[in-house]
Ligand binder design. Structure first.
Ligand SMILES: C[S@@+](CC[C@H](N)C(=O)[O-])C[C@H]1O[C@@H](n2cnc3c(N)ncnc32)[C@H](O)[C@@H]1O
Length: 202
């Protein structure tokens, strides 16, 4: 008999589908659902995937951008290599300046899309985890301010809490269109929300 989490995981339809359809994680379906609705990633785009491991979002991004685009994944943990030559990976902390410099170098200073499914290390205390998630989101925004192209798009996962509203207000000033949503593939009991900014105003 496995743990409660393992039992739940086996019953989860998205976990089963991810295995059956050869996706690296059930998170792939979240990006598929969000991209279908908001058209975040276009063919030929340069995509920066922050918090990329095990690679479910990068896998979808690679499908969307095709051979003319590039995808750069960044994560603290290593990732199983992709066969695609237009996939790059940095193992490191994207909040750190030296990692950001490497990102700029690989992306030639510009990204059309930034996606971040980064989760902080969880303390189990809701408010603390929320604030850690907000800190990560603020780092993503400052990276966007450096390299996101005019009219570029952003997708950030954030754990809800007191500071969520301020984050949204900040983003609303920077993007022509701002949406918050929770795709059906996101577990109901999770406090995660997805923030989509379309058409960055550089
Ligand atoms: C939920 S997982 C991402 C799943 C991924 N989107 C997928 O589809 O496979 C969150 C990831 O964020 C990474 N992460 C959290 N903080 C980070 C940081 N400061 N720099 C780089 N990666 C970070 C974690 O190591 C973890 O692998």
């Amino acid at each position: 008999m496995g743990s409660k989490w393992q039992v739940e995981k086996k019953k989860d339809p998205y976990y089963k589908r991810a295995k059956g359809e050869d996706y690296r994680s059930r998170a792939s379906f979240k990006l598929l659902q969000l991209d279908k609705k908001y058209k975040i990633i276009k063919k030929g785009s340069a995509v920066l995937d922050l918090g990329a491991t095990p690679g479910g979002w990068s896998q979808i991004a690679l499908e969307k951008v095709g051979e003319e685009g590039i995808v750069l994944g960044v994560d603290l943990q290593k990732i199983k290599p992709f066969p695609e030559k237009n996939f790059h990976f940095i193992r490191g902390d994207f909040t750190k300046k030296e990692v950001q410099e490497k990102m700029i170098d690989i992306m030639d200073g510009k990204a059309d899309v930034i996606i971040s499914d980064a989760s902080p290390s969880l303390s189990g205390i809701k408010d603390v985890d929320h604030l850690r998630s907000i800190d990560l989101a603020n780092s993503v925004i400052s990276i966007a301010d450096n390299i996101l192209e005019n009219n570029g798009n952003i997708l950030i996962k954030v754990f809800q809490g007191e500071e969520f509203k301020n984050l949204i207000e900040e983003l609303r000033k920077k993007f022509k269109v701002l949406k918050t949503t929770k795709p059906s593939s996101s577990r109901k009991k999770s406090s995660e929300m997805y923030v989509i900014g379309l058409k960055y105003k550089r």
